[in-house]
Ligand binder design. Structure first.
Ligand code: URA
Length: 434
């Protein structure tokens, strides 16, 4: 078998068998298939796509490229969640202790942010002392002891994805549904949870621009998970506007814990609650939706979700005071500037992509993988689509390192927040559950 023939086959629209897919994945890992051949194959996939059978074979080859966490073998029937990425998406930080407080173990391996999207690991590193790197035995032990853990994916887990993703990232070959679905699901399957919620974002700040695209990605990921024997629900949620009020690492950590005291914005609360309830339905408890809703609401009202959050953060070396008094322990940006409305009307749009890029340029995200993050900077939105605003009213607050950075972000935000005369009603954040 030769890689060049497989590239030609995909270029000409032919389907690979499982052995051919394994040959490519194994060859990329052992160096017998050159990176440029891997990149050329990915580009052929962008144009020709992958059939469901090829997607299954690719996912299996990727999972088989490294270690697999055997949570069930360790007696832990855990749940996991994944988001395809968005702006202001701090759902994992709230969902993890909330679900754990309901008696369901949460075992989550997370990634970093790139471009306009944030990453859970970056947000967690805003908490002084928080350790993202645990060994797999320590990860399993913490899930058993504390009920949850959120860690960095270990290098031993799906090394084929790290390699393929790095190739895709620099060759404009990320957005192929089959490549995204296998990349996400190989990591989810290897991380060992028996049940999971996949939050598939749709909108201008997401991978999927249309609901049809999101449905297709959800269908592929759902199929990969269920055929591997996992219990999976996909929730398609809107990412036209940032989720919640905050974009930026420390700011998002503080807001996430507000969800657990019932004090967070409605859109963020809705996504966290919906995913938590779905995870309780899927979990070993197999609750019906009404009972799951009751338990989730009780975990918030009783304070048990907050208590679990403190235990989780402390177990990973972080300062647990971050849950109750975030600004006693996390750094605040030195320059805080308000952006005010220059006309009265109704907020038509708060562009997720534009706000995400403004936050990235403030230093909250990375333009390239090598960039460092400034955990303190970011944006706090004061308005959402549909809100009525008066002239001079605060639209957003910018938290910046310098006055120059704040001024540049202010210009970007004025362009991102559209005010018009028409009264608008934004659609619900949850589009559908699959
Ligand atoms: N997230 C991933 O983990 N992989 C992709 O390909 C895209 C998003």
């Amino acid at each position: 078998m030769r890689a060049v023939d497989l590239i030609a086959a995909k270029r000409d629209g032919r389907e690979h068998d499982a052995g051919e897919i394994r040959f490519l994945v194994d060859g990329l890992l052992d160096g017998s298939v050159a990176p440029e051949q891997g990149a050329a194959w990915c580009m052929a996939v962008i144009f020709r796509g992958l059939a469901d059978r090829e997607i299954d074979a690719l996912c299996a080859a990727m999972v088989g490229s490294g270690e697999v966490v055997d949570l069930l073998g360790a007696g832990i029937d855990a749940v996991d969640k994944h988001s395809t990425g968005g702006v202001g998406d701090k759902v994992t930080l709230a969902l993890t202790p909330l679900v754990a407080a309901c008696g369901v173990p949460v075992a989550k391996m997370s990634g970093r942010g790139l471009g306009h999207t944030g990453g859970t690991l970056d947000k967690l590193e805003a908490i002084p002392g928080y350790r993202i790197a645990l060994t797999i035995p320590a990860f399993i032990e913490q899930v058993r002891e504390v009920g949850c853990a959120v860690v960095a994916q270990t290098p031993e887990l799906v090394p084929a994805d790290a390699l393929l993703y790095a190739l895709r990232d620099v060759t404009a070959t990320v957005p192929a549904p089959g490549l995204i679905a296998t990349s996400v699901m190989s990591k989810k399957l290897a991380a060992g949870a028996a049940a999971m919620v996949l939050d598939v974002k749709v909108g201008d700040g997401a991978f999927c621009a249309t609901v049809a695209d999101a449905r297709e990605l959800a269908r592929l990921m759902h199929g990969l998970g269920t055929r591997a024997g996992r219990r999976v629900v996909c929730e398609i949620t809107r990412m036209d506007a940032p989720l919640g009020n905050t974009v930026g690492n420390a700011l998002e950590v503080a807001e996430a814990f507000d969800v657990l005291r019932g004090a967070a914005p409605a859109d963020l609360t809705a996504v966290v609650r919906s995913s938590a309830v779905t995870l309780l339905e899927l979990s070993h408890l197999r609750l019906d939706r009404t009972e799951a809703e009751r338990r989730v609401d009780e975990a918030v009202s009783s304070g048990s979700a907050l208590a679990t959050a403190r235990r989780w953060i402390a177990a990973q070396g972080g300062d647990p005071r971050v849950v109750d008094a975030p600004w006693d322990v996390m750094e605040r940006a030195p320059v805080v500037v308000a952006v005010r409305a220059d006309r009265a009307g109704f907020v038509q749009r708060v562009g997720a992509l534009a706000v995400g890029l403004a936050a990235m340029r403030l230093g909250a995200g990375r333009a390239t993988k090598a960039d460092a993050i400034d955990h303190a900077v970011g944006i706090v939105l004061a308005v959402h689509p549909g809100d009525e605003v008066a002239i001079g009213e605060t639209l957003a607050t910018i938290h910046a390192r310098t006055a120059e950075a704040a001024a540049a972000a202010a210009d970007e935000l004025r362009a991102a927040i559209a005010i018009g005369g028409e009264r608008v009603t934004p659609p619900p954040v949850l589009v559908e559950r699959i």
